[in-house]
Structures are given as C-alpha cells and as structure tokens.
Write a protein that binds this ligand. Structure first.
Ligand SMILES: [Zn+2]
Length: 500
C-alpha cells in the first residue's frame, strides 16, 4: 500500500535547510519526495495540516524500562494538601492487584498544609495492595500494614542503624531496607507495565527509537528481552546494549526488525557527584583522583571478549583519566574494520584527549541536558580551570567526531525538544550547537552510531519513520511546540488528535 504524506514541511536532514512538501511511502519505506511523489498514484493520502516533519528522532542513550519505572511510581513531590495525597494514593491502590506494590516518591511533609504523616489506619483503609511512601530525603519510608507484614516487621522488630515505629508504619535509615531491598517486584508483568508506560510516553514525544541499556537489571536477561520484543513490535525501534555481566547470554538472543542487539556495555568509572569519576588531576575539593571500576587487565579481557564475539564496545566514561584508560585499551585492541566503539558521556576532556579521540573509530554519546546540571557543584568538584573542558559538545563535533544525543532517561527527561534546547543553550557558549547540529544528534548521527544506513534522513530508500511537530524546530520557541504525530515504518503509532 502506498501513502502520500502532504500538507506539511518535511525537513529531510540531507542538508541544512533542505525541505520537501510531500513524501510517498510504500509500506515501511520512503519511495519518493516532492513532485516525484505527487506525480505517482497513492492508495492513501494523509494531510499533515501545516505540521513540521523530521526523520524519526532516536535517543542514543537511555534506560527505557528504568524510565517506565519512574512513570510507574506516584510522584508526590509537588503535593501540598494532605487530603490530595490520600486521594491520589487511594486511586493507585484501587487500580492495584493485592500482590502489587504501590510506591509513592518525593513525599515532603514540610510543604503540606497538615504536616502529620498519614496514619497506619488511614493507609490501610486505602486498599489491599502493598504500599510504601518514600520521603524526599530517602532516609524514611511509611509503609502500610500489608507491606510491614510482608517484611515480618512487628512492634518487637529492632534494626541496628535504623528506627522502627511499627505502630505508625514508619521506618528510618537501615530499617527501611527491611522492605525496600526485598520487594518481589521484578516480574514479567512489572516489566511489561513499566515498558508500556515508557514506550507510550516516548512515542507521544515524537521518539521513534532508542539505544537502550536494560538487559542486566530485571532478572535473567531473557525476561526484559522478551517483553521488549513483544511490546516494541511494529511501533518502536529499540537497539539494546548488552551489559558485560550478562553478555554471554544476551548475545545469543534472536534480534528482530524492532529490537536489535548492540555493543557490550562496560562502566569504566563513576560520576562527579560522589567523587567517583576518574580524573587525571585530583578533585578540587578532595585529595582523590576518583576510581576506576575495573583494572586495565580486566578491561582488556572484556574488550577482547567483545572483539571475539564480533561486537563493538560501549563504555560509560565521565572523567579524563577514565577516557585515557579506555583509549589505551581500544588502541591495543582496535575493533574490526568499519566498526566503531561508543564513548558514553565523555564529560571531561583536554586538548590531548580530543586529538586522540578524533583519531579513533568512535561515536560519542552525549547528554546535552547534563551540561545544565548544577554548574556550582561541578565547579566545586573540578575547579574553574577545568570547566571549559566539561561536556565538550561543540568541541567534539568540530574535531570531526560523530556525536549522537540522548537523555540517559530516567536521569534526564527524554523529550527530544528539551535535549535540543539544552544543546543550543550550552552554558559554555563555545560548546553550543546550531539547531541543525542538535537535530543531527538524534537523526543522522544516531543512525550512524549503529550503522543504520536507511534511517535518520527523509530520502528515497530510507525507513518511513517521522517525528511530526506543531512548529518548526529550526526557528520556533521550543517550549511552545510539541509532537503531534509519530510514524514508525509508515504507520501512525501516536496521534495527538486521537489522544494515543
Ligand atoms: Zn546510562
């Protein structure tokens, strides 16, 4: 079946400013553009009513199921009325099955009209499921009787390093792990609920695909893989990184058109916040250079395992010492011809590293929203002198390195418009991208990162994946526009007008 898409402005991403006014698709492929498209007979016509169309946006690094878990939990951080809190909890409890766990996050009684915690009797009256409310500080939870009973907590329970107030359902510090570390929630049904929410949310923001890392966090890797395969079919293009701990298992899975298997994921270092990113010079506020997760010998063994399996490697690296360490390994064990390893985050570089990176067959996966996170804390950690080399978005692109863009959701919000906004307003003006470069991060470059030669552009022979917006990303105030249709393989998988 052929479809003529018309009535919109199609930015092809073949070159800056290049547009067409019509696209003809046949099943999952684009077969013609412009006059060529309009001259041919089409079985179906879809009028885009003045909207702006881009190649399908792909988040180059996120944790899709983790994002769904964030959506699954009830966020009460904005609540200020005790009655509203109880109402919202009641609604969740009534939808839940008796075996389910309802989890509310972000509770802060200081901002409530009535700062008294909900009583155990009030919580028990809400429904039959397990319920816990996590206080914003993460040092206190309030549980209902069912959750207390699940963990065997009674008035006689005591915990070293924690406080149990069983009559109130209140557990503090070490005591809260009696429940939190033992919730039996990682079931296929739970994964399915989280992934359903995540995919619906992503499609509603115009995201047609994502390079996602989930396989080692939800029981045996076959469990999340099976759910992914089922739920992504026909509506979302997932490319799953494979954590080294479960690589030998996941690398035997059968990929589909909608769920591909990708590089081996390895964590090289930690993060700036906890002083665990590996630095070449000590932190400004601590006599430490951070930590490496693996020794060089261990990294070498893992990279060799990936090379033997014919896979590329995708590494979490934040600090400059971590980047130097992994480049040593990559230089000693280069990938096969045509392959490109992925450097995820790449948050702190220097001139020498930039030159080394530019010589390697690599992709850098950046999260432009990271650049806007707590500059004050970062300055404290790294000192002023290193700040020009933090989140080097523009520098990497100008060095000729292919940079793909993502959110690392649930860390950052996966709305691609927020990522684009963050990239064009980088706090360091010399690292800012043009709007065209920012859109390349989630179209042409995200496709190049995984060797997809028929994705990332609107052109004959390319996949019919479109992200359709109410305004022009290349000129509009991005806070005033939104996705209105999302198309995957020629099918409308989200339509704002229909509410789904
Ligand atoms: Zn991540």
């Amino acid at each position: 079946m052929t479809t003529l898409w018309f009535g919109g402005t199609f930015y092809t991403m073949q070159a800056p400013g290049h547009t067409t006014d019509a696209v003809l698709t046949d099943g999952h492929k684009i077969i013609a553009l412009g006059e060529d498209a309009k001259a041919q007979h089409a079985t179906e016509h879809i009028d885009l009513a003045g909207a702006y169309v881009y190649p399908g946006f792909v988040d180059s690094h996120l944790h899709t199921i983790g994002y769904g878990e964030k959506l699954l939990h009830l966020d009460v951080s904005a609540f200020t009325k005790r009655s509203a809190l109880l109402e919202a909890l009641a609604e969740r409890m009534q939808q839940a099955q008796p075996d389910d766990w309802v989890i509310a996050i972000g509770y802060n009684e200081a901002q409530f009209d009535d700062s008294a915690y909900p009583t155990l009797a009030e919580l028990d009256a809400l429904g039959d499921a397990h319920l816990i409310i996590k206080r914003q500080c993460h040092h206190l939870i309030i549980a209902n009787s069912k959750a207390l009973a699940f963990a065997g907590i009674t008035e006689a329970t005591t915990v070293a390093g924690g406080v149990v107030e069983a009559d109130k359902g209140v557990l503090k510090d070490a005591a809260l792990y009696l429940i939190v570390n033992h919730m039996p929630h990682i079931t296929p049904a739970y994964i399915e609920r989280a992934l359903t929410l995540a995919l619906d949310s992503l499609l509603a923001m115009g995201v047609t695909g994502g390079h996602s890392e989930d396989l080692s966090y939800y029981g045996p890797p076959s469990q999340p893989f099976e759910v992914f395969t089922r739920l992504a079919q026909g509506r979302f293009k997932a490319h799953l990184l494979q954590h080294h701990a479960t690589f030998a298992v996941s690398n035997t899975f059968q990929a589909t058109r909608y769920v591909a298997l990708g590089a081996m994921k390895i964590f090289v270092d930690g993060a700036f916040g906890g002083h665990t990113a590996a630095l070449s010079e000590p932190y400004a506020d601590k006599a430490s250079t951070g930590m490496l997760v693996h020794t060089t010998a261990e990294l070498t063994a893992l990279v060799r395992e990936a090379r033997v399996a014919g896979r590329e490697v995708a590494v979490h690296v934040i600090g400059d010492r971590a980047i130097a360490t992994i480049l040593d390994v990559f230089e000693a064990l280069p990938p096969q011809k045509g392959q490109r390893d992925r450097i995820i985050h790449c948050s702190l570089i220097n001139e020498a590293l930039l030159a080394r990176l530019a010589r390697m067959p690599i992709i850098v996966d950046m999260q432009p929203q990271f650049a806007h996170e707590s500059r004050a804390l970062l300055t404290e950690r790294l000192g002023e002198a290193r700040m020009p080399y933090v989140h080097p978005l523009g520098s990497l692109l100008r060095a000729g390195i292919c940079v793909a863009g993502g959110s690392d959701a649930p860390i950052e919000h996966p709305d691609p418009l927020r990522m684009i906004e963050a990239a064009i307003t980088h706090p360091n003006p010399s690292e800012r991208l043009t709007r065209y470069e920012a859109v390349q991060l989630v179209t042409t470059n995200a496709a190049h990162a995984i060797h997809e030669r028929e994705r990332g552009k609107i052109a004959p022979g390319f996949d019919a994946d479109f992200s359709v917006f109410t305004g022009d990303i290349f000129s509009a105030d991005l806070t005033r526009i939104h996705a209105c249709k999302t198309v995957v393989d020629g099918r409308i998988v989200y339509d704002k007008a229909l509410g789904r």
